[in-house]
Structures are given as C-alpha cells and as structure tokens.
Design a protein around this ligand. Structure first.
Ligand code: MN
Length: 490
C-alpha cells in the first residue's frame, strides 16, 4: 500500500480538508515508523496504510481512517498521545489510545488454549467492553485482517498461534458486529493456516461439486428470474458459495457427505423492500417444492447480531436441491458490513433504517450498544449526534477481572478484592471470609488488575466491620458496607 494510492482513494470519498488531514497523518506516521520494517522486509508504514485503506473500504469516517494510519504509532514509536491530540484532535487520540490499550490487554492474556470455551466467548465480550467506542474494535479488526493477509511472512509457529486466535476471538467479534464479509475472510485465512491439508481438500471437493451442479443451478436460476420478471419485481441476483471453513464445520457435524449439504451454494435475491421479499419467497415456492422444515424467516425473527433475510431450501424439477436467500438492499449491506454500516458518511439511509426498526436491534447486553441505539435514533430523527458522547467514560479507568467461572466484572481503577466481592453480589461481600487472586490467598485490601481471576470464600456467620470501609475503593461499595453496619446495630 502506497501513500499515493491511499490518498487517491481518499479523494474519492472525503473532501479536500479531510484529505489534507489524512495526508498529514501519513507524514507523521511515516516519520514515526522511519527505519522500522515488517517481517516481509517492506517498510513498516505499509501496514498502517493498508489498515487505513481497509477502513476506507468499509466506509468508516475520516477520524477512524486517520486513527488507522496512526494505530501503531503510540506503542511502537516515540510519538506521544498528546502530540496526536494536538494535531489531530480528541477523537483520533481517543481511538489510537483505545487500539493501543486493546493490544496491551490482549498481549497480557494467556494462551487461548488455556481458556475454557465459555471464557473464550467472554474474551470477545472483554474485547468489546475494552473497545467501548465501536470504532476502536473496527480498527482492531482491520489491523488483524491485514496481519492475516500477510501472515505468510511469519515463522510457522507464530502463524498457527495468530490463526487460532483470529478464528476464536476475531472472527466471532466480526460476527457479533454482523460484519459478514470480514468474518468469512478471517475464517478462511485462519483455517488455511491451521489445517492446510484439510483446507485444500475441501476446496477441491467444493469446486468439483459446483462444476457438477452448474447446469442445474443455471436452470434453477433462470426459472425464478422468469417469474420475477413476469411479476415485475425489481431484483438483483447472485450466488454465494459456502466458505471452506463453514463447510468444514458442517461436515464435521453431519458426517462427511457433501451431497447432504444443501447450502453449498445459495442463490441470493436482493429486492426493493420487505413486501417484495415475501412476494419473491412466494414465487419461489410456487415453482419449486420447498423443504418446509428449512424455511427460515430471519426478517420477522432476526439473528442475535441483527442479520435479516428469508432462507428457503427447495427442490427443482431437476431434483436439484438449492437454497435461496431473499433480502432487501439495506439488509444485504448490513449483513456484509454490519455495524460499520452505521458510520457511512455519504448516505444516512442505513442508520435511518436502523432507527426506524427496519434493521433489527443489536444484542442489547452491552453498554455501548445502548448508546449506539440512542445515537441511531437521534440521527433518524434528523438530530446532530456527537460521536464523542457515544464512548463511555468507563473506558479510561475501568479494569476487568474474571470470576473462577469466567464471568467478567468491571471495576474502577484501584479497586480491591473486597470491592469485587460486593460487585458480584452484596451477600457475597457481606459474608466474605477470604480471597484468592490467581490461586493465591491475598488480604482484603489487595488491589485487582485487569485479567486477574478472583475467588471469594464466604462464611455464613461473617459480617462486615468498620475497618472494611478503609479496604475498598468504589464509592458504591462503601455505601453497601455502611448500610449493613447500620442494620447490624439495630
Ligand atoms: Mn498494527
């Protein structure tokens, strides 16, 4: 990725002032990374430029793209956060800082294999929680995707480790954000490094199958096109081939029979609106026999990540089994680009659609999603939205610790194990008897660090005493202890 190419793409989407800002960021980053090289031997700056290009492809806003250029500058160079803030503003500084912290949090974690499956999912949550501003996570995804694309330059051991982590943390992360295209690429590259032989074998199988099926597929497609045209439904149609990694997972589940996989190829029909989706579905069923149990209405009942579509598997007169997916343009854009679509700078259509409920709600268990929903609603109502306000104050001074079961709790900086006990449950705090951090017994006022596993031993007859007030940091905890002390006196 060269500077010239990046700026040329930027000119197509950003205005003159924004391009000048980006150019300046490239200069600053190039100077900061001067003399550094990638494992491939090329100049280091090629990597941040490639990340910025990806972010532009995903149509992120200018602050995110500028932050992409600078994303490695804090950790690996002399450049300081203050300088970034002075020159590029608060938002860019915040984003670069966030990406840097995310990197530090990750490198402090244990090998992915040492986690239980439930905890791995929590790791994803942790990444999101640490991200707070969704744009931080999106930059991290672009960073990881480019590192995967250039993985061949690393030694084999490292390749496998990165591939594994990408498959288990970053692919689900992309999926949670409904960034379908990114998830698939992460999965495909990762899987090809984890099990090259299997990857090549399945690729060959898939290709051969598609070759055999191409005639029947073309007839199935022609049949439906004819009725769509006759009914004057505006549409676009394309085929999507199941990714090798999904195929691998499915085959592992269903036995090694490729013929039993009905969605190896799916025909995708994109129409104008929701009504046309159901009309098109009706037409498909009018000419091909549906496998009733396989009809899925993800429009009425969207997937947890907001994905919407109608899926149906039908049998054509050729006795060919094929899946159709029907969706609107908005649903399609959203499925491919996911949350990144919210930051589209040219058209607010998607955000509007989201605000009006045409696109499903996001999983609502994370703070930032509430904020995003609020922001989307405001944008939908034609109001100006301060992206600044979307990031929570939590980000800079919170730490995240694990329970022995792998649940994650966030605490303020300086919090002690006693704070943690009260954070888990007031009763646990009240009856706390002893504490273990990472398996070692500690005192009540031991400070916790991000990534610590904290265990509380309780005893029914235990009660708080006045000394405890000096052993906690969180404001809420003191209130809880005082309340209990008062009750004790009555
Ligand atoms: Mn990087």
């Amino acid at each position: 990725m060269s500077k010239v190419k990046l700026l040329a793409s930027a000119r197509e989407v950003f205005d003159e002032r924004q391009v000048i800002r980006l150019e300046r960021a490239v200069e600053v980053a190039a100077r900061a990374h001067e003399g550094q090289r990638r494992a491939s031997g090329e100049k280091y700056i090629a990597h941040p430029l490639a990340v910025a290009e990806l972010l532009m492809e995903w149509r992120m806003d200018i602050d995110t793209v500028v932050a992409g250029v600078l994303h490695d500058a804090l950790e690996d160079t002399e450049l300081e956060i203050r300088e970034i803030e002075e020159e590029f503003g608060m938002v860019v500084a915040f984003l670069v800082d966030g990406v840097t912290k995310l990197g530090i949090a990750r490198s402090g974690m244990r090998e992915i294999d040492s986690y239980l499956p439930a905890t791995r999912d929590n790791l994803t949550k942790l990444l999101i929680a640490l991200g707070q501003d969704i744009r931080v996570v999106v930059i991290k995804l672009a960073d990881r995707l480019h590192n995967l694309r250039t993985l061949k330059h690393l030694p084999a051991g490292k390749q496998k480790k990165i591939a594994k982590e990408s498959l288990e943390v970053f692919a689900p992360l992309a999926d949670k954000l409904n960034m379908g295209r990114v998830r698939v690429e992460i999965e495909e590259i990762s899987f090809s490094y984890i099990d090259r032989a299997r990857y090549e074998y399945l690729k060959g199988q898939s290709k051969r199958y598609l070759g055999r099926a191409s005639g029947k597929l073309a007839r199935a497609r022609a049949g439906i096109e004819e009725v769509l045209k006759r009914e004057k439904i505006e549409y676009e149609m394309d085929g999507r081939v199941k990714s090798i990694y999904s195929l691998h997972k499915k085959l592992a589940k269903t036995g090694e029979n490729l013929d039993a996989i009905y969605d190896l190829i799916a025909l995708r029909i994109i129409v104008e609106d929701k009504t046309d989706c159901y009309l098109a579905l009706g037409l498909i069923h009018a000419i091909y026999r549906p496998m009733v149990a396989r009809i899925k209405d993800y429009i009425a009942v969207p997937k947890q990540n907001g994905y919407q579509s109608l899926h149906t598997t039908v049998i054509t007169p050729d006795e060919y089994i094929v899946e159709f997916q029907v969706r609107t343009r908005e649903m399609h854009e959203y499925a491919e680009r996911g949350l990144a679509a919210s930051f589209h700078y040219n058209e607010q259509k998607l955000t509007d659609a989201y605000a009006q409920g045409k696109i499903a709600a996001m999983p609502a268990n994370l703070h930032w999603i509430h904020d995003l929903q609020k922001a989307a609603a405001l944008i939908g109502a034609g109001e100006e939205v301060d992206l600044e306000k979307m990031k929570l104050s939590m980000f800079r001074d919170r730490i995240f610790v694990f329970s022995p079961k792998g649940d994650i709790f966030d605490l303020p900086e300086g919090a002690t194990v006693l704070d943690y006990a009260y954070r888990v449950h007031t009763d646990i705090g009240d009856t706390a008897y002893a504490f273990r951090v990472n398996g070692k017994i500690v005192k009540f006022d031991e400070e916790v660090k991000s990534g610590d596993v904290v265990e509380v031993v309780t005893r029914k007859d235990k009660r708080p005493n006045v000394d405890w007030l000096g052993k906690v940091k969180a404001r809420g905890t003191k209130g809880k202890i005082r309340k209990r002390l008062k009750e004790g006196r009555e």
